[in-house]
Design a protein around this ligand. Sequence first.
Ligand code: ZN
Ligand code: ZN
Length: 468
Amino acid sequence: MKTEVTTKTALDGRGQKRKAETTVRASNRTKKAAISYGEGDAEESASDLEETPKPKAKGRATKKVKVAETKVEAEVDEDGDTKVKTVKRKTKSKASKKETDLAPLQQRTVDTKLRVGAHVSIAGGVQHSISNVLQIGANAFALFLKSQRKWDNPPLEPENAALFIDGCKKHGIEVGDCCLPHGSYLVNLAHPEAARKKQAYDSFLDDLTRCHTLGIRLYNFHPGNSNATTREEGIRLIAEHINTAHKDPATGSVIPVLETMASLGNTIGGTFKDIAEIINHVDDKDRVGVCIDTCHVFAAGYDLRTPEAYAETMTKFDEVIGLKYLKALHMNDSKAPFNSNRDLHAQIGTGYLGLRAFHNIVNDERLHGLPMVLETPIDATDANGKKFEDKGVWAREIKILEQLVGMGVESDEFKKLESDLQEAGKQERARIGEQVERKKAKAKPTKGKGKAKSKKKVETEDEEDSED
Ligand SMILES: [Zn+2]
Ligand SMILES: [Zn+2]
């Protein structure tokens, strides 16, 4: 097998650590897949590609990349010790280097009442999120603070943190109010077993610390699951971790924000009651919040589609949790029908929620100023069949959401937009809708009362649910 070796060396600005990367590329395999969906291996390379949109492990292209390319990474520290490790090559990082000056797809809207944006990539370092935010004309954003599918991550580089803070200042990005990082998928703060508990807490604390360093005030995470314990104990453990983190000065005044979840079963956070119970156990109630994920709540049985249904859901939220705890929203349409407990994000207006739901949300003045973050799928295929991320989708969706403020639902403009978007999502809605129905029917015991069973079944087959 012929190999081609390239080496690049990056010097960190303070000269504390040199990082040399050697790329070993196998030339007898495909080199074409320029975007690797493999796991990021460093803070500088953790990419939203791993989540937003979630890569579908659909076969050969992805596998080829993994087989074809490996990377040897050598870290040289100050006293000359060299640690060499072989990791999966991320061709994405190469592409991202070129993207430092991203051509804007949309300008940011001045004088908007909303803070809308998307979950952007930090490939190349956390500071690169800023150009991604500007590119899509966003006023809010989410990001991962480190690789969201790995336990071991290098610390946040002070140089990168400084560049992030400067970049926000330079571009008038009020990071304390508009940024909502997303926590790791591995962390389950409801795990009762000592070693797992510590591992989860350490990662949680590390994320909160990174937020504080970066001037970020809100931190969104999935509450956890009670697979290894009871729901009551799980809820108590999550709150206990939040309380412990609050007491650590390294977390500053960062607010942990609990995300509402789509699933029921052992998942904690699928009901407003779960969230309320966690908050009940938190001592410093000024430092805990909630993020409504529109797709998740809809899938969990909270309707948002009509003004009446929306009002009812928000009243329920206020009564059970309290509106003062609402700190942010994830703006996603749903490919799966109401109350299906499936977590399948769709582009705005194309799913079962539809444009009317988003009209209800953006015209609710109580939510103006809260970060609204798109986690909609943007994977697309070009004319040559090559997959790429179409960030133009987010740029358009941001503008749509902004335009919906004050737009009459009886206007021709609204009706046309609504029907165009519904048309665009028609096939996908039918496909997933049919899938959900089929699974329900299949899982139904002879007498037909097996909700829990039907859910389990659905989760193990067909379309994989998103995690965001
Ligand atoms: Zn979400
Ligand atoms: Zn999430």
